[in-house]
Write a protein that binds this ligand. Structure first.
Ligand code: SME
Length: 254
């Protein structure tokens, strides 16, 4: 596929892109308009770059990406008037999905989020109120997400509990979906693309990526914290680490 074949591609060049310092786990991404009318540069975490390479490879677009040391530069053949995220080809949409998330380094302050949970729940003996506030903190702190909440174990199944977002599935069997898998394996599930996760349960069709963190009580799995995002590759190891701390704080109030 030649570069000209991707003219369905549209990319919103953001006015506030900035050149960031290089960091160990980040790449600098440079977007240069083919007509030389502008350049956009930004920094992103490794999983996003992996995603980008997957797309470049899957759609045979190798000719648009060049890697030079730790810098990846991509020349995109797009029409100057064709900005915004219009529906287009598969590659175009997937790239837009990723770029719209990574246009700036997004590193939520999980330490602060965890401290706020502690401050809000310390000494409060009402579990439902605490769980509801915890879900509200997550949903209102994190950007680029569409659902955040809890499922707790009841009679061997996960049952929906406090959450924010669209109405969701009420019961999930252990081993089913992303949540049930997190319980069965007792492991965090970091799902870059839910459409590629066998058995994913689609509660909200907007969800494209998901992270699920098991919650424990007395050594057994008590439930999960589930967060969905309407973009592929939204969550990274950074989120997994930050949310692990958050869940540990939550475990203190169970
Ligand atoms: N997607 C989840 C189901 C819960 S909703 O996302 C809120 C899963 O596959 O387990």
């Amino acid at each position: 596929m030649e570069t000209k074949d991707i003219k369905t591609f549209s990319f919103k060049v953001l006015g506030s892109l900035y050149r960031a310092e290089k960091e160990e786990d980040c790449y600098l991404v440079q977007i240069k308009r083919k007509d030389e009318s502008g350049t956009a540069e930004f920094k992103t975490a490794l999983p996003f770059i992996d995603a980008l390479f997957d797309i470049i490879h899957n759609y045979g677009l190798e000719n648009i990406g060049k890697i030079n040391g730790s810098e990846l530069s991509i020349e995109l053949d797009f029409n100057a008037s064709d900005t915004g995220t219009k529906p287009g080809g598969g590659a175009a949409n997937e790239i837009i999905n990723i770029f719209s998330v990574i246009h700036r380094v997004y590193r939520p302050d999980y330490k602060d989020m965890t401290q706020r949970l502690k401050a809000l729940t310390d000494g409060i003996p009402h579990f439902t109120a605490n769980a509801a506030n915890a879900a509200a903190i997550v949903f209102n702190t994190l950007e680029y997400i569409n659902w955040a909440g809890f499922y707790f174990m009841e009679n061997g199944k996960l049952v929906l509990n406090a959450f924010q977002g669209k109405p969701a599935c009420i019961e999930i069997a252990v081993g089913r979906g992303v949540c049930g898998t997190a319980v069965a394996k007792d492991e965090i599930q970091l799902v870059y693309d839910v459409h590629k996760f066998p058995g994913h349960i689609a509660c909200d069709p907007d969800s494209r990526s998901e992270i699920v963190i098991p919650i424990h009580k007395n050594g057994a799995v008590f439930g999960v914290l589930d967060i969905d995002a309407p973009y592929t590759y939204r969550f990274t190891e950074y989120d997994a680490e930050g949310l692990t701390d958050f869940v540990q704080e939550f475990e203190r109030i169970i």
